[in-house]
Design a protein around this ligand. Structure first.
Ligand code: C2E
Ligand code: MG
Ligand code: MG
Ligand code: MG
Length: 293
């Protein structure tokens, strides 16, 4: 039946599946429209060093403002475009938008490392490096180190050599930084850690969320920190929602953090004000003082 073509394919008519196919096409069309109608925006979530209180960066997170349905979160529409050309187009939009924002902030004296999430299909697409290169080239005065690519560690990254070559170019030729996102949730975290040129490991928020109650999650974070140390990688903890989370991470030697307990993702325009009003968590600062340096 693999050979059925043309006319014969109609024998495979399956109302339910065809309905799904039609629906998927409609959704893809709608998302394509949304891109040309400028309905997407990047929100930014600050990243801080809990020990010093300093804000050093922000993660760009896509939002869809649908004219009728309102705000649609990324996990409600990104899976629909997964593995399609549209995923590359949106990914390219995200990179260009983030670069514009970095430059805009730098004009205002705000220097932050901005990380963008990169879908593995996009990363592996033939034109990824060319598009990234030209995106960077349109901001010649920008030091590329202010851009970080977050690679989802849990995604099927495909051929490790291919991906390593792409990331090597990003890092060594273009000068952008690389982070392994949601580290520890994938099938081959250690292989990725060993083989991919990532500067930073992002500890998945589920480990952080559970570490206070679950000794296993605590142990996993401990282990990741030790690994990061031996591999000479930076670490940032995601999902820091409370002062307790931060204190426990600090006690383990993990200083960089991101989470609702610091700030929720916000529109780019809110960042300068947020920075202006930002007050570091005193308990985190104090706990830092008790450490060796
Ligand atoms: P992620 O990259 O792991 O991003 C972290 C997610 O956790 C974000 O959800 C963020 O809003 C949320 N978060 C941050 N701090 C906390 C916290 O303290 N508690 C809780 N419960 N959640 C927290 P968001 O924005 O809904 O994004 C979800 C995922 O969608 C992202 O996970 C990322 O994988 C993907 N994504 C978002 N924007 C983009 C994008 O521009 N491109 C691609 N390819 N993927 C994106
Ligand atoms: Mg991320
Ligand atoms: Mg993450
Ligand atoms: Mg995630």
């Amino acid at each position: 039946q693999a050979k059925l073509t043309g006319k014969n394919r109609f024998h495979l008519f399956n109302p339910e599946r065809d309905q799904q196919t039609i629906q998927k096409h409609q959704q893809l069309d709608e998302i394509k429209q949304a891109l040309s109608n400028n309905e997407f925006a990047l929100y930014y979530q600050p990243k801080i060093n809990m020990k010093t209180g300093k804000v050093f960066g922000a993660e760009a997170l896509i939002r869809w403002f649908h004219p009728e349905k309102g705000l649609i979160p990324p996990l409600d529409f990104l899976p629909i475009i997964e593995g399609t050309e549209l995923e590359n187009q949106i990914g390219d939009w995200v990179i260009n938008q983030a670069l514009k924002q970095i430059v805009e902030w730098q004009k205002q004296g705000i220097f932050m490392e901005v990380s963008v999430n990169i879908a593995s299909y996009h990363l592996l697409s033939a034109e990824f490096l060319t598009l990234l290169e030209s995106a960077l080239a349109s901001h010649p005065s920008l030091n590329a180190k202010y851009l970080q690519l977050e690679i989802l560690e849990s995604s099927a990254l495909g051929d490790l050599n291919t991906i390593r070559n792409i990331l090597d170019t990003c890092r060594d030729v273009f000068g952008v930084n690389i982070a392994l996102d949601d580290f520890g949730t994938g099938y081959s975290s250690l292989t990725h850690l060993k083989n991919l040129p990532a500067n930073t490991i992002k500890i998945d928020q589920n480990f952080v969320k559970n570490m206070l109650d679950d000794p296993d999650d605590y142990a996993i974070i401990k282990g990741v920190l030790a690994l990061a140390d031996s591999f000479n990688r930076e670490v940032i903890a995601e999902g820091v929602e409370t002062t307790e989370h931060g204190l426990m991470l600090l006690a383990m030697g993990c200083y960089a953090a991101q989470g609702y307990g610091i700030a929720r993702p916000m529109p780019a325009a809110d960042i300068p004000n947020w920075l202006h009003n930002y007050i570091p968590n005193q308990q985190w600062l104090d706990s830092g003082l008790n450490k060796d340096n």
